[in-house]
Design a protein around this ligand. Sequence first.
Ligand code: SF4
Ligand code: SF4
Ligand code: SF4
Length: 246
Amino acid sequence: MKPRVAMFAFTCCEGCGLAVIECENELLDVLNLIDLVEWREGLSEKAEEYDIALVEGSISTHADEKKIKEIREKAKVLVAIGACATTGGLNALKNRYGMHEVKQMVYGKAGEQFDTIPARPLRAVVPVDLELHGCPIDRTEFLRVVRDVALGKTPKLPDYPLCVECKKKENVCVFFRGMTCMGPVVRAGCGAICPTFGDGCEGCRGLVSNPNENAHKETLAEHGLTVTEVLQHFDMFNSYTEDHLA
Ligand code: SF4
Ligand code: SF4
Ligand code: SF4
């Protein structure tokens, strides 16, 4: 029997779901291995039972919190997809302010009717089996991971700095052009797409594990930087911290 797969979205732009829709023909190949039973962006069906839950978005309302706990109870495997779900992503920027202030800023007096709490990645609320990084996710990586999970394999995901991929492509480091780049501390896997097209990396794939030990220190040394200094710039996608929840 094929594993039943359901996709869910919480607070986000659903751009990772859109990236999945854009897989087109390759998605049809994966559909031979799974039974897609629920996906708001791609199907009208709903399902009460499923084996694998693919979840994009941050948890930023009490209703989200209740729903992700229900999903966790039902799914044998829970995969967080995209920066919103894995790091809190852009949504966590609001955590720097009080929730009352945030509601006032966006909706004025009408804001009080909205249920909003500090945005959290999924793993801050429920145990997560796998995290697929990026804003949006990398399509090739998504297809490979879903194939592996459907076949009961544990997918291998990169946990080394982006600079490794960037240097393999023989890109000119953007630091030499007076720009900044988070590549020495950011998890690889996107093919260093931003530096390849002349932009610095903003860190949408999150930090490599233990950045103090695993940073690409040669690149930092070339530009007279330390891990701490680079991390000070690292807030667009990675500003979530448990301190904001206190
Ligand atoms: S990670 Fe980016 S593309 Fe994906 S849902 Fe969040 S904001 Fe949208
Ligand atoms: S710092 Fe950025 S541009 Fe420079 S090598 Fe690393 S990833 Fe590439
Ligand atoms: S280069 Fe950096 S910001 Fe760009 S897609 Fe890769 S991880 Fe994300």
